[in-house]
Design a protein around this ligand. Structure first.
Ligand code: KPL
Length: 304
């Protein structure tokens, strides 16, 4: 297959390396156009991939069989809308990011949309991407015309296992959203590793109760206890992780809060459910973002 990977961060580089190893023709696509992109990955078995791939080639894009989108949630709709007229009209677009709400932003796109979440753990260490732990990528239809694309899961599974196809992927997306609603803002505000969050059990319980109430009203089968049990297993299995939101805050970058807690608040509002603890964390993270944004503007630096 001919595949363009939009975004060449940790997840993008993992996919570029894995798809290339499987014999697919790949290119990277960067926000600031460049003719090449470097991939420097240390796999979970210690093997190293150090390769350069072509990037931002519009001809390649116009012949693509898949656009794999690995940029941050807030970059997705702008980046995809910029590329859509260059893509073949039947080229599937697979969105892999934390948070929800991008499908709504991309409604009406010609190309079939797929949605996914992953539990693979990868982190940037200097110029190298460390694939810290394998995981599962859950994918499924994000628009009515993508329901017959389950074969894609087989192709992707051969490159970077595990990949699971779900006719209703929404439930996996909400499960990941619940994890991110708890771990990401809490770790960013306490400035701690994921594993250290066990010091705030009351806050975790409160957040889980609110998220479970919204999920239930959205038609998902869950409970506060079930969510809490799952979130504690994620806290344990990612104990040494610096969450992506804490990394963003420390680097004074825009976070994904709008698409994580922000999405939950939006659904809660639509359902008439009060979620005060999530609303409080949302405000605190937004305030942190605004503080450094203001400092940047004051120092005459460009915004994030
Ligand atoms: O997805 C994550 C993130 O940091 O964004 C978790 C699962 C919380 C792992 O750190």
């Amino acid at each position: 297959m001919k595949i363009t990977v939009l975004g060449c961060g940790a997840l993008g580089q993992l996919w570029l390396a894995a798809l290339d190893r499987q014999g697919h023709e790949v290119q990277g696509w960067l926000r600031v156009p460049q003719p090449w992109c470097s991939v420097n990955v240390i796999n979970t078995d210690g093997s190293v991939v150090n390769k350069t791939f072509i990037a931002n080639d519009p001809l390649f894009l116009s012949q693509c069989d898949l656009l794999l989108v690995t940029v941050k949630a807030w970059q997705v709709s702008g980046a995809v809308k910029n590329l859509q007229s260059l893509l073949p009209p039947d080229c599937p677009i697979l969105l892999l990011h934390n948070g929800m709400g991008t499908l709504e932003e991309l409604k009406g796109l010609t190309q079939p949309l797929l949605r996914g979440v992953t539990t693979h753990a990868a982190k940037q260490d200097g110029t190298v991407i460390l694939h810290v732990a394998g995981g599962i990528t859950h994918i499924g239809p994000g628009s009515a015309d993508s329901a017959a694309l389950s074969e894609l899961a087989v192709t992707l599974h051969q490159a970077l296992p595990d990949v699971a196809w779900h006719t209703n992927v929404l439930s996996a997306c909400w499960q990941k959203l619940a994890v991110n609603c708890v771990i990401n803002p809490l770790s960013a505000l306490h400035g701690c590793l994921n594993g250290e969050l066990i010091a705030w059990p009351e806050q975790i319980t409160l957040l889980c109760e609110e998220v479970a109430a919204v999920m239930t009203r959205e038609g998902l089968h869950t409970s506060a206890d079930q969510l809490q049990e799952y979130i504690y297993t994620v806290i344990a299995s990612t104990a040494l992780n610096v969450s992506s939101m804490l990394q963003d805050i420390r680097s004074q970058r825009r976070t994904e809060i709008e698409y994580i807690t922000g999405y939950l608040l939006q659904r809660a509002r639509a359902q008439g459910i009060a979620v005060p603890e999530n609303a409080r964390l949302y405000e605190l993270i937004k305030r942190k973002e605004q503080d450094y944004e203001r400092e940047r503007i004051g120092a005459g630096l460009p915004g994030t």
